[in-house]
Design a protein around this ligand. Structure first.
Ligand code: MSP
Length: 505
């Protein structure tokens, strides 16, 4: 049986249009999911939309439509993003679906049955934009730490006994050093939990757009308890006849989130799960935030980056490559059009694209459009080049398991640049007269390098790597990582390709 790999994106609030932040989180998951599939894992990749809560209710009211109609319409924008960025998700969950509401009820009942929820009264600050409660002492200049406005809330509320989970959480973090990544986020969470936890209000009564609390129609569930539960709903937590699916995929291998929502995932979520007696996810990774040409991205500044527009302008793989190569994953990054153009021109057009184009053109011109056969003997410089990928797949696995996407790409580009140097050093154009068979070997080595590079690039650049592998007539079942070591046979007909990454001026 294959190893399983369950990966989730946060579910996105539907009151906003999809922006670069959403695209970035899902992109990182898409790369992990695609890599794992190629590495023979049974992958379940989930995304979806967070459709309840005060923020969404207000957005619907402002449009004068019923929340139900509103969410039906706007969740589609997030489905459209999947096609636009070529995301390979396996399921899309909406928190207004029946399967989700059932699983919210199930976890609520488990928390009640295990004695972790009690009825009380909440009096404190609430930030609708963050959908989060704050103590007076947490406010900065009368606002939430994120800058979101707060309002005073006083209402009957059910509470989850979060304060009782401090020690258990701390020992869990201690025993599972990788649970929160990167390390800076882990430290942030450790000091937050060490500072003491307050019981958490988990229901609201002052509005109605949410999942009803079982046996108390005056309350709806706090939107974060509702939202986090999506990770269980999608693997059939509440479907008694589909228990196999649940036990197959749960616990998740990784919940990918942005740094702003780490506390919900690394503190509240594990506490809820422990209290419900469910296994905990293996890892929470919090990535950084993008700015736009040096400025914070915000609707009021009007500088929100629309993923549909940049994909249209630069191309899917170009955008995917830039986002993953530009910034070490986990750090904040700045989106700059000129930097994107530089990367496309230098790394994609001049290096990778040019290598492919150049080698195939030479084969077409000098070898009668037929790829030379696998050489009988290799020179040391040939082996250095073709072994630099296939002998290092474990390094790439390590980089993927540690979300070091930029390093993965940097390593591949070392091979690409060595391949371009090899072309210059071996000078196949002069071998043509002096040693035709060596020229054939050199061209073969180069194409074999392109094949390996393109196999490894599939998770990042699915469109162009597919085009290259198609061009080399590599069968669909010979594109996984097991096929890296099985060298290209050669001997096939090939034609001159069109440039894959046209230079941008
Ligand atoms: N609905 C909650 C998540 C619930 S998960 C159980 C939510 N939704 S969100 O739509 O506001 O945000 C989703 C993701 O987008 C977050 O991971 C957030 O970090 C990310 N980003 C929002 N703006 C961003 C940037 N400017 N840059 C990078 N990512 C950013 O939170």
């Amino acid at each position: 049986m294959k190893n399983t790999y369950y990966i989730t994106t946060p579910i996105y609030y539907v009151n906003d249009l999809p922006h670069i932040g959403h695209a970035y989180t899902t992109l990182s998951c898409d790369i992990l999911a695609r890599f794992k599939r190629l590495d023979d894992f049974d992958v379940f990749f989930l995304t979806g939309t967070d459709e309840h809560g005060q923020k969404v209710e207000t957005a619907a009211n402002n449009k004068n439509v019923k929340p139900h109609d509103f969410v039906d319409e706007v969740s589609q924008n997030f489905k459209n993003l999947l096609n636009c960025m070529n995301f390979s998700t396996d399921d899309f969950i909406r928190t207004t679906e029946k399967r989700h509401i059932k699983s919210c009820h199930k976890i609520w009942n488990a928390l009640i049955d295990n004695g972790h929820i009690y009825l009380g009264k909440y009096a404190g600050w609430y930030a609708v934009r963050d959908e989060a409660f704050f103590l007076e002492s947490e406010l900065i200049d009368g606002k939430a730490p994120s800058g979101a406005p707060v309002e005073w809330v006083e209402e009957p509320s059910y509470f989850f006994n979060l304060s009782k989970w401090q020690d258990e959480l701390l020992s869990f973090y201690d025993e599972n050093k990788d649970f929160i990544s990167p390390i800076s986020r882990r430290n942030e969470i450790l000091s937050f939990v060490k500072g003491g936890l307050k019981d958490l209000s988990v229901s609201r009564t002052s509005f109605s757009w949410g999942v009803n609390v079982p046996n108390d129609d005056n309350h709806i569930m706090y939107v974060w308890l509702d939202a986090l539960t999506n990770y269980l709903s999608a693997c059939n937590y509440s479907e008694d006849d589909k228990k196999d699916f649940f036990s197959k995929y749960w616990p998740a291998n990784i919940h990918m989130v942005g740094k702003d929502i780490i506390r919900f995932h690394a503190v509240y979520w594990p506490a809820f799960l422990m209290a419900a007696k469910l296994p905990l996810p293996k890892k929470i990774f919090a990535h950084g935030w993008w700015t736009n040409e040096g400025n914070k991205i915000s609707k009021s500044l009007g500088n929100v980056i629309n993923p549909f527009e940049i994909v249209e302008k630069y191309g899917i793989d170009q955008v995917r490559y830039f986002l993953m190569r530009e910034v070490p994953f986990g750090n904040d990054g700045d989106f700059s059009n000129s930097q994107l153009v530089n990367r496309v021109n230098s790394d994609l057009a001049n290096s990778y694209g040019n290598l492919f184009q150049r080698v195939v053109s030479m084969i077409c011109k000098n070898c009668d459009e037929e790829v030379p056969l696998k050489p009988k003997n290799f020179k040391i410089e040939d082996l250095i080049l073709i072994n630099s990928i296939k002998d290092h797949i474990d390094d790439y696995r390590f980089l993927i398991d540690n979300q070091k996407f930029d390093q993965y790409l940097k390593n591949i580009w070392i091979t690409i640049s060595n391949a371009n140097k090899y072309v210059d050093e071996q000078a196949p154009w002069s071998l043509k007269k002096s040693d035709f068979s060596r020229m054939e070997d050199v061209l073969y080595i180069l194409l074999e390098t392109v094949r390996q590079v393109s196999i490894l690039l599939q998770p990042f650049m699915p469109v162009s790597s597919k085009a290259i592998l198609d061009h080399l007539k590599i069968a669909d079942d010979e594109r996984d990582f097991k096929s890296l070591g099985k060298m290209y046979e050669g001997g096939i007909n090939i034609s001159t390709p069109l440039p894959l990454f046209p230079r941008i001026n």
